[in-house]
Design a binder for this molecule. Structure first.
Ligand SMILES: [Zn+2]
Length: 525
């Protein structure tokens, strides 16, 4: 009896403390949040509907016509659009998250989940990286692919400038098996980049087969996005057909003069493959310039051969279309194009290019450049395909405006100003379509029971502000962002909350490894 009285006393004290506000708000059981008056997208490309949405805990618990009850927090969405949080299927934030777990350049765009490990390069070893990410949570959810170049480097070390032997391919497949068991969503390749450019199609097929066996998909930066775009596309389609796995074609583009304007033909090849049953999706970032190492301009890798360099500069649209963004030996080159730098030194653009290569090699450094990637009518044609989604190819710290501006730019420029696609179509390309590629049913679409990853934005004002000169500027018009039911972005700033989780493939969650299942924050879809 005395114990009961004591317990009752403690309870009454707690109630009093709670009522008087003595217990900090974040330690209270969070009240449900109800968002009223917003135009709501369910992540499909269907029309928006004016319905009320309730969030409790980490889930959406009710959608429909109802009134908030007393004690619930009410958010007025008048004039705003409520959509599932944006899923960025091609994001380079793996390293940035260590220093910047709030990921403000990402959540300020409405991104709630990033898929890391693109272009053939992933964190490694994967299980250790995931454990770190679980311990040091971020504002948004993370998941990763395993990188083909990453496993290739593990097996071949510095001796990678050749085709792999059968034994080496077997070792790569074994590492791929480990990565898939540890929760990778599939494999990424970067066949245009140095390490993977020496791999045979058979090698890529071998690692893709491992991903397929575990229900994963194949994300690829194809072998060529310039003059040999069409043969690179044929290789990709052949891999998909041979391995029978879903494809995610990274940052679809036609980036040299020889293929500019050929989007209709490129689309026809893809449509034909889709008709034959290939599950082919692609993503596209909304900028007409790309950003990478200066060496990427020269496909035959003859970086100091004047003929090769001159052809490379012509193919890309001329030396005035190639601007240096970063060069450690000469930081003053940044912001200038090759034609300007050559003029100032009274040498030819080709000589200037070779000089930059030599200065870089001597300092063990490579210049980063931005070069014209595409004609607007090509990238309009791509965005208008129902199988093309929006992804940034950016991430925390990206020296390209796509890193901070991609999603608001599509909504502001390509929906509102240019009318290339409708608002529901754009939202679908940022939510339901990537979720379809990932095989996720509880994120990317808005329904009762789904995870409460949500973005509330103003369709009349949403716009990017990041530029090539100032790539980290936040966008405006993204009003509120929720991750797993917790507000992470509110009225132009991060709240400081870090409710993000490490997301695994379904296969990994169904596996027998108890470590994975009980991992804190680890969750399947
Ligand atoms: Zn890429």
């Amino acid at each position: 009896m005395r114990l009961f009285v004591f317990k009752l006393g403690v309870l009454l004290l707690l109630v009093a403390a709670f009522t008087l506000g003595l217990i900090p708000a974040q330690e209270r059981q969070p009240a449900a949040t109800v968002i009223v008056n917003a135009q709501v997208s369910d992540g499909s490309d269907g029309p928006l509907k004016k319905v009320t949405v309730r969030i409790a805990g980490d889930r959406v618990t009710k959608i429909g016509v109802f009134k908030p009850v007393k004690g619930e927090q009410v958010v007025d969405g008048q004039g705003l659009v409520l959509a599932p949080g944006f899923i960025d299927i091609h994001n380079h934030s793996a390293e940035g998250l260590d220093k910047d777990p709030l990921a403000e350049t990402q959540i300020s765009q409405g991104i709630t989940t990033v898929i890391l490990g693109p272009d053939g390069f992933s964190p490694w070893p994967m299980g250790a990286w995931m454990n770190t990410r679980r311990k040091e949570s971020a504002a948004l959810n993370v998941a990763t692919l395993f990188g083909h170049s990453t496993v290739r480097s593990q097996v071949m070390g510095s001796d990678f400038r050749r085709e792999a032997t059968a034994e080496e391919i077997q070792k790569m497949a074994a590492l791929a098996e480990d990565a898939m068991n540890e929760g990778a969503l599939g494999v990424s390749t970067g066949l245009e980049y140095e390490v993977a450019s020496y791999s045979s199609t058979a090698e890529v097929v071998a690692v893709a087969e491992v991903a397929a066996k575990h229900g994963g998909f194949y994300e690829t930066h194809v072998r060529d996005e310039g003059n040999k775009s069409f043969s690179a596309l044929e290789e990709e389609i052949a891999i998909g057909q041979r391995v029978h796995l879903p494809i995610e074609h990274s940052h679809i583009k036609l980036q040299t003069v020889a293929v500019w304007g050929k989007a209709p033909e490129y689309i026809n090849v893809i449509e034909a493959a889709r008709k034959r049953g290939l599950d082919f999706l692609a993503d596209c970032y909304p900028y007409d310039a790309w950003n990478a190492s200066i060496k990427m301009l020269v496909p035959d890798k003859q970086y100091t051969n004047p003929q090769s360099v001159e052809k490379a500069l012509t193919d890309t649209g001329g030396p005035d279309t190639v601007a240096i963004t970063e060069f450690a030996p000469h930081p003053e080159y940044a912001g200038h194009n090759i034609a300007e730098l050559a003029n100032a030194r009274k040498i030819s653009p080709t000589e200037m290019f070779i000089q930059i290569i030599r200065e870089g090699d001597a300092a063990n450094s490579t210049a980063s450049i931005i070069a014209k990637s595409m004609m607007e009518r090509d990238f309009q044609a791509f965005y208008q395909q129902p199988w093309v989604m929006v992804a940034s190819d950016g991430g925390i710290g990206a020296q390209h405006p796509r890193g901070a501006g991609t999603f608001p730019r599509v909504l502001g420029v390509y929906v509102r100003e240019k009318h290339w696609i409708t608002l529901p179509e754009a939202i679908h390309k940022m939510t339901g379509l990537p979720a379809q590629r990932l095989g996720w049913k509880e994120r990317g679409t808005l329904h009762e029971g789904a995870f409460a990853d949500l973005v509330l934005f103003n369709p009349d004002t949403v716009i990017d502000h990041a530029t090539y000169a100032k790539p980290f500027e936040f966008s405006s018009g993204i009003e509120k962002v929720f991750v797993n039911g917790t507000l992470v972005w509110d009225d132009g700033k991060a709240t400081g909350a870090k409710p993000g989780r490490v997301l695994l493939s379904e296969a990994a969650m169904k596996g027998d490894d108890p470590k994975l299942k009980s991992a804190p924050g680890g969750t399947s879809q």
